[in-house]
Design a protein around this ligand. Structure first.
Ligand code: ZN
Length: 412
């Protein structure tokens, strides 16, 4: 459901302030059935006290049963139907590496592969090489390939066998098929325009095919990494922008490039804050950045990543610790007196599941004009008793705007 056109009609500028906190992958599961989830196991006196005075519910970012990536999960929270507003995989990878993309640039996700002497694929991931090995091969390719037919070619290491290819030029399209056949024993496919009459995409396909040839030539003496597979050919999408839709000045406080990138796609300003080797999440730095910017914006997106990372690692206790760390910061967020405070996750990442899952995520809404509800803690069990009920799809943005007094009534 795309509510953005309606919201643009209904929204009005007000001085009220909205603070949206995303605890990445915060939803969890018990270690064994009947036990506590990560949120229930965490000691969270501040969140508990807040939950008693808030409305809670369970949020499903895309649809029941769908485990969202962080991109679609965040777009849903920001009010964008992730089934309609899709970001290509190449662009998501580029955003993840903090590579700036212009409107016409094309981003592609690449795999290093091992090819047999007859040109068929032996290993689609070239034995998952160490990232250092990836860097060495990228340097080798960069020395030989900088431009094809006047199109600038840029190469970036992602990790292991994965790299990102960016084409910078005018007149390129991105409706191009993958060269990766997703199987072994067959040769890579040629890149082709999805529509043969689409001259821009045909040009991109031609450049990509030439790149594949040049890369094979450059890597012909390599014992393992001797081929490339390309997929997710995409361009930066032109989404409606939150400042116009909701009439807010929106700021993103996130350290990882992908989240900054997705926030910028919807028109937020990503505030100066970079990854830190010691603790890339740096909760303290984020709270300071929030305080410093409080007077300059009226919509703040504050992102914490490590709840998800610990879940992916299968580290139940580590995830509990990151939840407790957030709880300790909460009084400082409340001291800013946001008119609306919404806390949720972009998906669940249960430590026992070690991956993103489809389980609904707790959501907590703190504002004036709330109904009483029975939820006493920010946990999955308690949120199920909350007055917000089961929320599916991009409905949190209208809820935040309404509670901030930023929406006029619909119809007479
Ligand atoms: Zn996530």
């Amino acid at each position: 459901m795309d509510l953005l056109p309606e919201l643009k009609e209904l929204s009005k500028k007000t001085p009220s302030k909205i603070l949206l906190v995303v605890l990445d992958g915060v939803g969890g599961l018990p270690k064994e059935l009947g036990g506590p989830t990560e949120l229930a196991a965490a000691k969270t006196p501040n969140l508990d006290r807040l939950a008693e005075r808030s409305a809670l519910g369970l949020f499903t970012p895309v649809a029941p049963g769908i485990a969202p990536g962080s991109g679609p999960g965040h777009l849903s929270i920001f009010g964008y139907d992730p089934l309609k507003y899709q970001v290509g995989r190449g662009v998501l990878s580029a955003l993840g590496l903090g590579i700036p993309l212009g409107p016409g640039d094309v981003a592609v996700r690449g795999n290093f592969a091992t090819l047999n002497p007859d040109g068929t694929i032996k290993d689609r991931r070239a034995g998952r090489p160490p990232t250092e090995e990836n860097r060495r091969v990228i340097e080798k390719l960069k020395a030989k390939i900088q431009e094809i037919d006047g199109v600038r070619v840029e190469l970036y290491t992602e990790s292991e066998h994965r790299f990102v290819l960016v084409l910078r030029s005018e007149g390129l399209g991105a409706r191009v098929t993958d060269t990766d056949p997703q199987t072994t024993g067959v040769p890579p496919r040629p890149a082709e325009p999805e529509d043969p009459d689409d001259a821009k995409s045909a040009k991109t396909a031609r450049i990509l095919n030439r790149f594949v040839e040049l890369a094979r030539e450059a890597l012909k003496d390599e014992p393992v990494i001797n081929g490339v597979l390309l997929r997710g050919v995409s361009q930066k999408p032109d989404f409606p922008k939150l400042p116009e839709v909701a009439k807010v000045r929106a700021a993103a406080i996130a350290s990882y490039p992908m989240y900054r990138g997705v926030a910028e796609l919807v028109g937020m300003e990503a505030l100066g804050l970079r990854e830190d080797e010691e603790d890339p999440d740096r909760p303290r730095a984020k709270v300071e950045a929030l305080k410093a910017a409080w007077g300059d914006y009226d919509f703040f997106y504050l992102h914490f990543k490590k709840t998800d990372s610990k879940g992916e690692d299968g580290d139940f206790e580590g995830k509990v610790e990151r939840i407790e760390l957030f709880d300790a910061l909460l009084p400082e967020l409340l001291a800013l007196k946001p008119d609306v405070l919404l806390i949720t996750g972009d998906h669940s990442t249960p430590a026992v599941y070690k991956a993103h899952s489809w389980h609904p995520v707790p959501v907590l809404l703190h504002a004036s004009y709330l109904r009483n509800d029975a939820a006493r803690r920010f946990t999955e069990d308690e949120a199920a008793k909350g007055s917000l009920g089961a929320l599916v799809g991009p409905v949190l943005l209208p809820l935040m705007l309404a509670h901030a007094g930023k929406l006029q009534k619909f119809g007479a």
